[in-house]
Write a protein that binds this ligand. Structure first.
Ligand code: SAH
Length: 397
């Protein structure tokens, strides 16, 4: 075909609109379905060449026939051999962690777009790996086999588990599939971070098992924490256990009994006494605040309130409410560690909401640290969606 660039030979071609092309040229990895001009005969999950409306080559991508994100770029070059590209990407991801991760044997090894492996998450928990497949392309037998064999060869884990999110498979129009072991037999272990130890069960709990993105924030919180501390939305006790190194008394609150049972086992594993309370955090904070209960350190790490742009206002009200109540209970000189993991709540918006709560409560807040996700969850500067976690450490007067 005249004009067709040589990079587009040999692969199915997806043509994108001017807007889609501009997005890729701007450094983003995604093109939405509304910006696809043609994808005739392209199979679900295929490796495709991406072209603009004048057939100029833009890169090589993984295609989804179901997701609103139709194209996820995997390389700006022509890719002839997906096998070696995937292996190289995994090696690069491992090498990056070797440079930036300290004091732990639990960290994210592959973070999807941020490691140029869109649709794949791999976490390490000591000798176990936990993997999540999020797209059609990463779900093919061929790709799974490459991923597992490369991880096996480089990291020699005792086992590799796959955690399936049924909702993700439904959205990608993939057949249902249970969570299970892809290799090995071991399903539980103990991992370490910042000198503390944690139980890990491959098929229990949320995410791939723990909130590894908070690892560096745990250490930061421990640096400033003191006195009597309250860890709200404590899950397995990540913050609580770190606070217990500095504080005279620590209480953790969560609505999930199974999460608190593991938290309690973690406290025992580290020889710490922590009080766990099973409660709705909103109710408990309201009751405690009106009863005049006081703390020196409070951590707020709620689940993502804004799952989409549509419930942003409700989410902001939720964050404000929690921060208001915490501020009411903090003694002068106290420390507030307040987090948001909602991508849709920008760092600026989040800070603004906390500032509003401070004004309403007539408290002055100083930012001791303005933090984000741990370095093993890299933020790709040109893909804003890779930055989602906010963690403010504030001194309250
Ligand atoms: N701070 C934790 C992660 C928190 S994840 C860590 O670092 O590991 C959010 C937690 O909030 C989950 O454990 C969930 O069970 C809990 N949760 C959700 N809604 C809640 C509510 N209304 N009240 C109390 N806990 C809640």
């Amino acid at each position: 075909m005249p004009g067709k660039s040589k990079e587009l030979r040999g692969l199915p071609v997806v043509k994108v609109s001017r807007r889609g092309a501009d997005r890729l040229k701007g450094g983003h990895a995604w093109v939405y379905r509304s910006d696809i001009v043609s994808a005739d005969g392209v199979a679900p999950g295929a490796l495709v060449g991406v072209a603009d409306d004048r057939e100029r080559f833009l890169g090589t991508a993984l295609y989804s026939s179901a997701s609103q994100i139709a194209i996820r770029l995997i390389s700006r070059d022509a890719v002839k051999d997906l096998d070696s590209l995937l292996r190289r990407r995994i090696q690069d991801a491992i090498a990056y962690r070797e440079r930036v991760v300290r004091d732990t044997d639990a960290y994210r090894i592959v973070f999807s777009e941020a490691d140029f492996l869109p649709g794949l998450i791999v976490d390490r928990y000591n000798d176990l790996l936990s993997l999540q497949v999020l797209t059609q392309a990463m779900d093919t037998d061929a790709v799974r086999q490459i991923i597992v064999s490369e991880l096996e060869a480089r990291l020699r884990p005792a086992a590799i588990a796959e955690r399936v999110d049924p909702r993700v498979r439904e959205l990608e129009q993939l057949p249902a599939r249970p969570s299970g072991l892809l290799q090995g037999e071991k399903t539980s272990t103990v991992f370490s971070m910042n000198g503390l130890r944690f139980h890990y069960e491959a098929f229990e709990g949320q995410k791939t098992g723990a909130f590894l993105d908070q690892r560096e924030n745990y250490a930061a919180a421990a640096q400033y924490a003191r006195g009597e501390a309250l860890d709200v939305f404590c899950y397995h006790g990540g913050f609580a256990l770190h606070l217990a190194q500095q504080c005279s008394k620590v209480t953790g609150v969560d609505s999930s009994r199974p999460a608190l049972e593991i938290a309690d086992r973690n406290a025992a594993l580290n020889g710490r006494e922590i009080e766990w309370i099973e409660a709705n955090a909103f109710d408990l904070l309201r009751d405690y605040a009106s009863a005049g209960q006081q703390y020196d350190t409070i951590v707020l790490d709620p689940p993502g309130f804004a799952k989409s742009k549509n419930n942003l206002e409700t989410a902001l009200r939720g964050y404000k409410e929690l921060n208001l109540r915490a501020l009411k209970m903090l003694r002068p000189g106290g420390i507030l560690v307040t987090c948001s993991c909602s991508y849709h709540v920008s760092s600026g918006k989040f800070t603004e909401v906390v500032a509003e709560a401070a004004r309403d409560m007539h408290r002055n807040l100083r930012i001791v640290e303005n933090r984000t996700q741990a370095k093993d969850h890299p933020i790709l500067l040109t893909v804003p969606e890779t930055a989602y976690l906010k963690c403010l450490v504030l001194s309250v007067s």
